[in-house]
Design a protein around this ligand. Structure first.
Ligand SMILES: Nc1ncnc2c1ncn2[C@@H]1O[C@H](COP(=O)(O)OP(=O)(O)OP(=O)(O)O)[C@@H](O)[C@H]1O
Length: 259
């Protein structure tokens, strides 16, 4: 059964930024004798939406796993600055939905959590899957499964949401709907979002800041100051897209830019 997302809302930033800030200090990662990441220094502002682009194999997923604490850096350190007294919470979402086929949709959302059925249902409503809690994952489309995975991540109220190519396997229209959903949820609930993607336009449409990785480090650091909702097809965005595509074709020539 197809489910409809609520219509997209106008997109301006309605609230002061919250969420986890992030500091990377000389982060490096070595596999065998190959250095994938080298001396990476980075500050990410709390509440910002930041995308990572870069050629295949440059280390985007590795960086996200290090930030998530799923992998240790070979050198340097990552510090998460939460907004409360406890440690900042982070959740990661992947290209594959990682749902358990023997659990209902609602029980997948509540994976590893006792109770909180009401909250799981309201999150399913928020992602456009109202009333589908008792369905099995096999009854859902690819986009719907990714929305369940998103609801599952959000149930933990992460101050930092890490998205590793979450829309990579979706068709073009479903992908745009997922982008709108993620943007709307981010606007509604302040948190820091880091997105790894191969889609330059997706990065430019969604992000406050786009970081292009090249040769194990940050090659381009671009602040996208264009108003949200006016970005698709904007001449400035189209020009950036071309420049970034050039970076990706010729990684060594990438420069650093703040706009
Ligand atoms: N556990 C590992 N052991 C050895 N090498 C690894 C390991 N994980 C990743 N690598 C290597 O590190 C490099 C970076 O991998 P990573 O998946 O981070 O790149 P990526 O930029 O996300 O690539 P893609 O865009 O293709 O997903 C690759 O050359 C990969 O083969």
């Amino acid at each position: 059964m197809a489910s409809q997302l609520p219509p997209p809302v106008p997109v301006t930033r309605p609230h002061a930024s919250k969420g986890a800030g992030l500091s990377l200090d000389s982060v490096g990662r070595q596999y065998g004798d190959r250095w994938i990441l080298r001396n990476l220094d980075l500050e990410i502002e709390p509440g910002s939406f930041v995308s990572f682009l870069g050629p295949s194999g440059v280390g985007k997923s590795t960086l996200l796993r290090i930030i998530a604490g799923l992998e240790q850096p070979s050198t340097g350190s990552v510090t998460l600055h939460g907004s409360g007294p406890g440690p900042a919470t982070a959740r990661m979402m992947f290209q594959e939905d990682r749902l358990l086929p023997w659990r209902s949709v609602e029980d997948n959302v509540r994976l590893g959590v006792n109770g909180r059925r009401h909250e799981a249902r309201s999150l399913l409503r928020a992602v456009g899957l109202d009333g589908r809690g008792s369905a099995w994952p096999t009854e859902l489309s690819g986009g719907q499964k990714q929305r369940v995975a998103l609801a599952r991540a959000l149930l933990h109220h992460p101050e930092l949401l890490l998205l590793d190519e979450p829309f990579g396997a979706l068709d073009a229209i479903t992908r745009i709907r997922m982008q709108q959903l993620v943007e709307r949820l981010w606007l509604d609930q302040p948190r820091t979002v880091l997105l790894v993607t191969h889609d330059v336009e997706e990065a430019l449409v969604l992000s406050d800041r786009v970081l292009v990785l090249a040769a194990g480090s940050v090659g381009r650091d671009l602040r996208v100051g264009l108003p949200r909702g006016e970005r698709r097809g904007h001449p400035r965005l189209v020009a950036w897209k071309e420049e970034i595509l050039q970076d990706l074709l010729e990684p060594a020539s990438a420069g650093t830019e703040a706009a």
